[in-house]
Write a protein that binds this ligand. Structure first.
Ligand code: AMP
Length: 192
């Protein structure tokens, strides 16, 4: 199986690149942000609880997202592989993911990091907020909090996957096609 973790701060382009990667490599796309947003839209108990944190740009508890990912992995027994987008976001989530995949006799193949500087990220997120209507993209303070959450809780995952020899970084600035070509090169380097 090809199991990819797409890594990068909010606004790095993970969603856009995921769409291209699933098509080329026939992977199942699991985005915890998308799953949470559909829970919010359906007004489930989980969605109502998560909404407050999401609107503030704060991470929801590990147990919530780990449970969601676990059931999505179970729901796709025939998948050729998964692309994890916006998950894991903490070391505890990464450890839980390793355990879940081990139970399926598979593992993360690599973490692909999209690197974009903070100034460009804020610019992109404010622009996206105008179109997407996402409450967490529309306010500079909330965006700052999301980037701060990323730097304190998520950035340490770089060392986690480097320690496993699975970290690969790609510049996240340039055209969608150029960035995609760099990601595909990195993947093909481990699969051929
Ligand atoms: P995203 O669309 O990935 O930027 O996620 C939007 C929001 O959902 C985040 O700001 C968090 O509040 C929440 N969220 C998404 N994925 C996770 C995760 N893996 N762990 C904790 N919170 C998450």
């Amino acid at each position: 199986m090809l199991n990819l973790v797409l890594f990068g701060p909010p606004g790095a382009g993970k969603g856009t690149q995921s769409a291209h990667l699933i098509e080329k490599y026939q992977l199942v796309h699991l985005s915890t942000g998308d799953i949470l947003r559909s829970e919010v839209a359906a007004q489930t108990a989980l969605g109502l609880e998560a909404k407050k944190l999401m609107d503030a740009g704060t991470l929801v508890p590990d147990a919530v997202v780990i449970g969601m990912i676990s059931s999505k992995i179970d729901a796709n027994p025939k998948a050729k592989g998964f692309i994890f987008d916006g998950f894991p976001r903490t070391i505890a989530q990464a450890e839980a993911l390793d355990t879940l995949l081990q139970q399926k006799e598979t593992a993360i193949s690599m973490m692909l990091a999209l690197e974009v500087d903070n100034e460009e990220l804020t610019k992109r997120l404010l622009l996206r907020g105008k179109d997407s209507g996402r409450p967490d993209d529309s306010n500079e303070e909330i965006i700052k909090n999301r980037i701060n959450e990323y730097n304190t809780k998520t950035a340490p995952l770089k060392s986690y996957y480097t320690g496993q020899g699975k970290f690969s970084a790609v510049p996240g600035i340039g055209s969608i096609e150029t960035i995609f070509a760099s990601l595909a090169n990195a993947i093909d380097a481990i699969t051929v």
